[in-house]
Design a binder for this molecule. Structure first.
Ligand code: ADP
Length: 745
């Protein structure tokens, strides 16, 4: 009888298939979590080839062996297509190599091919060992000690084409590369009034094409799952682009996924689109095929975070349920999920089959709600003019404004709000300078083209203000709402905006005209707003911090140095903890926890001890409001004094660069999704004469509305942050990542 539960004593980790940015972070997390659990951890080099070859290709590692790799693209373990592993004999060699090292748990980071191969290996494992015993290649005792192979998978694939996770490792970084490229092309295309056809990766999955089109304001997109719906698609594409020119668009950008096809399944190539544009429109057209650039470069903040949490969870899975059928570890919103690995692979393959069978509706259905919504949104955004107001429908007058600190993505959200509002037949008023501007009547009507180019623009074109409306302001706002006949307000902003909106609602009893719906959309780099696991702007800020800290770390190559980096966040430690995870900080100080003298003593001791034992670089991150007494300067001075000759200390206060910059692709996409949903909600409320106010947010990756009246209940009484912050659960993981555990000599 097999025992029903056993705890692996060791594990091996490998990367396989196409490389993807973030694989290193995943390997680091698997290695460090395994070590922390007391396992012997082996790194396998060159994918399955290393398993087959054994010897130096499978090495016992300590936490230091995976240090300094977080910021590197690709995989330091190497990856290879391995024909040997496709054959049973190759897999038998692999089984022998692992069993001899006493390893019977395997974590594979790769695409569906790699995970399929790994599962075949797992299924064959008992037979392979029996055959090895029979051939005298391993001892019976060895086979008895490793009767099963435990397998856990994580998806490394830039295509984001896999079931079982919202995002695959590498997809966000690829979106960064693509949007950077398209932003650059936009400026040259506009200068020359040219057209560009851009080919992006994705043979069976239009994710990168669709999301990069959404994030870059492209004018046409062709994806495998949903071909143009007529045989005259060239004609309708040309008409759409021509209409854009007529209203003054200076450039045309068409994005073509590698696997794009027409209704009959015939491939649509970038070259064909170029020929069509040149022949039928006489457009000066260039093709840019982004190719392998999309795979490369430093992983984005999100990919580092994603890979780290997946790697951690993969080892937990392996420890807690080693005998379960193999699981795929994925992420939904901020939540880790696991699903049967082979079900995910089968579903992934079935979409490819469905596309090949030209059952496009089913393919779109299988991609899920947010994919379909994104495709719908694209079709609105690329229009040259809005639909006419349906006869008999009331034309609402909807005001859009910002309040709170600036957050990258605010312009993106206004652009979408304007176009969705106009397309649904309403009037959209852009209010300058927040609620102050509302009181002053400082607003103008937006038309379709007034938000052109806003998708990628940092800052806030409408201006934002932290001013909270006073009683006088509320009187003035009430008069404005009456005079200008405002039917609803979309507030895109942060804490001050939520407070201001709450004040307006509270004043309704005395000012009946204020009884109009208000929808708040979370836009704040701090991610400190209730009702949403994410606020627009925080991803851009994180990427900015991560880029700066990477550089700061590199500056210390020749010295033994520790850095104390201060990041923004107000009363919320989100940016500090997440950037700590993404940059490999060994300690993060959060406002949620404060700082005590005892903490500092422990941390100083750990630092001096580390440097005394050969450490060369230290990094701690302090959130700006972590403690009112133990400031960044204080901590720096303390470390410097106690470090003596062992190491020196530098402080870096990153400051307002964190609020600037063009929005990251993720922020553009979330701003687009949230703004679309918020505007529709506002319109529904306005048309129904229902004035319930709410804030929109993301919960487990899905859009959710929370009544504005709940704001006070959901936030802490004396600090500016939500009562529940799910990301705080990541603290133990951050501690594990920072713990040094050497490999045995
Ligand atoms: P990806 O993992 O990115 O989908 P591939 O499909 O190229 O990439 O697979 C990577 C490797 O996984 C292959 O080179 C091979 O070694 C192994 N592999 C893939 N499919 C199988 C299979 N059906 N049986 C055994 N090994 C496989």
């Amino acid at each position: 009888m097999l025992s029903t539960s056993r705890r692996p004593r060791s594990l091996a980790v490998l990367t396989s298939g196409g490389d993807a940015a973030g694989m290193n972070a995943a390997v680091r997390a698997v290695v460090r979590t395994g070590l922390d659990a007391g396992l012997a951890v082996f790194a396998v080099y060159e994918g399955f080839q290393g398993l087959v070859d054994g010897g130096p290709a499978i090495r016992r590692v300590g936490s230091g062996d995976v240090g300094g790799i977080l910021h590197q693209g690709g995989t330091v373990l190497g990856t290879a297509r391995c024909e040997d592993f496709r054959a049973r004999d190759g897999r038998k060699q692999a089984a022998r190599n692992l069993a001899e090292l006493g390893v019977d748990a395997l974590v594979v980071i790769g695409g569906d091919g790699s995970l399929t191969g790994a599962n075949i290996f797992r299924e064959e494992w008992p037979d392979l060992l029996a055959e090895l015993v029979e051939a005298g290649e391993i001892e019976q005792a060895t086979a008895d000690a490793h009767r099963r192979l435990t397998l856990v998978g994580m998806v490394g694939s830039i295509d984001n084409d896999m079931f079982g996770t919202d995002m695959t490792i590498g997809a966000d970084t690829a979106l960064h590369r693509i949007t950077e490229a398209i932003d650059a092309i936009h400026s040259t295309a506009s200068s020359h009034q040219r057209s560009f056809v851009i080919e992006v990766m994705g043979r069976n999955c239009g994710y990168l094409a669709l999301m990069s089109a959404l994030a870059s304001g492209a004018n046409f997109v062709l994806i495998p799952e949903s071909p143009p719906d007529t045989d005259e698609w060239e004609e309708s594409m040309c008409r759409a682009l021509e209409a854009g020119r007529e209203i003054g668009r200076r450039s045309n950008i068409v994005i073509v996924a590698e696997g794009a096809r027409d209704l009959h399944g015939n491939p649509i190539t970038a070259q064909h689109v170029k020929d069509v544009l040149e022949e039928r429109l006489g457009e000066d057209t260039r093709v840019t095929s982004l190719g392998h650039v999309q795979r490369g470069g430093a992983p984005s903040a999100f990919d580092r975070y994603l890979s780290t949490v997946l790697g951690y969870a993969a080892v937990q899975q392996l420890l807690t349920a080693p005998d379960n059928e193999p699981q795929l570890i994925g992420l939904r919103g901020h939540h880790i999920i696991n699903s049967p690995l082979m079900d995910c692979v089968a579903k992934t393959h079935s979409v490819a089959d469905i596309i090949a069978a030209r059952e496009y509706e089913t393919a779109m259905e299988m991609r899920g709600g947010s994919f379909r919504d994104s495709f719908r949104m694209i079709r609105t955004m690329v229009r040259a003019q809005p639909h006419a107001t349906p006869p008999g429908q009331r034309r609402l007058r909807l005001a859009v404004l910002h309040a709170g600190g600036p957050a990258p993505g605010m312009n993106t959200a206004v652009r979408v709000a304007a176009r969705v509002g106009l397309d649904l037949g309403h009037t959209v008023l852009a209010v300058r300078n927040g609620f102050e501007g509302l009181a002053d009547g400082d607003h103008e009507e937006l038309d379709w083209m007034s938000v052109t180019g806003w998708v990628s623009r940092g800052g806030a074109e409408l201006g934002t203000s932290r001013h909270l409306p006073t009683d006088d302001d509320i009187d003035a706002i009430t008069s404005r709402i009456e005079e200008d006949r405002i039917d609803g307000i979309l507030m895109i902003g942060g804490w001050a905006g939520y407070e201001a909106a709450s004040r307006l609602r509270a004043a309704v009893a005395d000012h009946p005209s204020l009884n109009i719906p208000i929808v708040c959309l979370p836009a704040s780099i701090n991610n400190d707003l209730p009702g949403s696991e994410l606020s627009v702007g925080s991803d851009t800020a994180l990427n900015s911090i991560v880029r700066d800290v990477d550089k700061i770390k590199q500056s210390a190559v020749a010295s033994r140095r520790s850095f104390v980096v201060e990041v923004m966040g107000h009363d919320c430690g989100y940016l500090a903890l997440m950037s700590g995870l993404a940059t490999g900080a060994e300690r993060v100080y959060l406002p949620e926890e404060g700082i005590s003298l005892a903490d500092l003593q422990t941390d100083v001791h750990a630092l001096t001890d580390g440097f005394a034992h050969g450490k060369r670089l230290g990094l701690v991150i302090r959130s700006e409001h972590a403690d009112s007494v133990y400031s960044t300067g204080f901590i720096k001075a303390l470390f410097e004094r106690e470090g003596g000759d062992l190491f020196d200390v530098r402080e870096a206060i990153l400051g307002h660069v964190q609020q600037g910059g063009d929005p990251s692709p993720f922020d553009r996409i979330q701003a687009t999704r949230l703004s679309d949903a918020a505007m529709r909600h506002l319109i529904d409320q306005g048309l129904e004469d229902d004035s319930e106010s709410a804030f929109v947010g993301l919960h487990r990756g899905k859009i959710r509305f929370t009544p504005l009246a709940e704001f006070p209940k959901l936030v802490e009484a004396d600090a500016r942050r939500p009562r529940e912050q799910q990301w705080l659960d990541l603290r133990p993981l951050a501690a594990v990542m920072a713990r040094p555990i050497p490999a045995p000599a």
